[in-house]
Design a protein around this ligand. Structure first.
Ligand SMILES: [Zn+2]
Length: 164
């Protein structure tokens, strides 16, 4: 059997997120009555699209802090705004997929290829309705691995802020 596996994972890294161009919130809802997207925070109907990376930078430039704050509710994390395909891309491109998979499924098979693993993982997740568990796993992973980005000396961040 042949499978065009390479085609499956296109450049999800650049998967767009929609944000409010006034307050930069990602809480954009489509309001049918006005046939338009609308920001749930400020009510602005002017939205823009960019990648999650660029959005994080925009947000930080504007508000002087990262969107994900240590004491904040994890559900406010941009991770919760990502579509399934964006989550797949994130895991595929930037995460140790085996660790993530094992965090959710301790018996997750490790002999599969990366692409197959991710397909299997999302298959299981959708069957078990565990998408939020996955998101929490990703957030926890990001929290404990702040060195994800290379080269940037971001040592000024406070990591002492742990939940008791
Ligand atoms: Zn807004």
């Amino acid at each position: 059997m042949e499978s065009p596996a390479n085609k499956t994972f296109i450049d999800y890294d650049s998967e767009p997120v929609k944000y409010c161009s006034r307050c930069y919130s990602l809480k954009i809802k489509y309001i049918e009555a006005i046939h338009s997207d609308c920001c749930s925070v400020c009510g602005c109907t002017d939205t823009a699209e960019t990648t999650i990376d660029k959005w994080e930078k925009l947000y930080e430039d504007r508000y002087g802090q990262k969107f994900v704050q240590p004491s904040g509710n994890p559900r406010n994390s941009p991770i919760f705004k990502l579509s399934i395909s964006a989550l797949k891309g994130l895991i595929f491109n930037k995460m140790p997929y085996k660790r993530i998979a094992r965090a959710l499924y301790p018996n997750f098979p490790l002999h599969l290829s990366k692409a197959d693993s991710i397909v299997l993982l999302f298959d299981k997740i959708s069957k078990d309705n565990k998408l939020d568990d996955l998101r929490f796993a990703l957030i926890n992973f990001l929290k404990t691995n702040k060195n994800g980005r290379d080269k940037e000396g971001t040592s000024g961040r406070n990591e002492a802020n742990k939940k008791g």
